[in-house]
Design a binder for this molecule. Sequence first.
Ligand code: FES
Length: 125
Amino acid sequence: MTIISDKYKTVKLEEVTIWFKAAPVTAFPKDGGACVKYKDLQIAVFNFERLNTWYACQNLSPEKQEMVLSRGMIGDHKGIPMVACPLHKKTFSLENGENLNSDLDPIAVYPIKIEDDFVYVGFSE
Ligand code: FES
């Protein structure tokens, strides 16, 4: 059996080999998230309009292995942009995936770029 969380690995900007064209910017709510699929991965993409920044992370919450993070509230934890899982409010940094309020494993985060009003997520395979 494959552990699904093993499929999600943080990709650093310098490791990107594929920019996946995910969706037009208008597909994402302002200051909110939506889920996109790449191969067999579910990726949560967040339009942090307040900060004029975008973030992407695995949609999988590591606590109960639920595909829910794209529906989480986004906000700020001591200056760190973060998402709160909608199920039990565990919070994760959108910059490095670290769990900010517990000792869960970090989540995978992915680079984003915006070009010609489209959102691209960076992968390394
Ligand atoms: S399933 Fe996400 S915090 Fe519990």
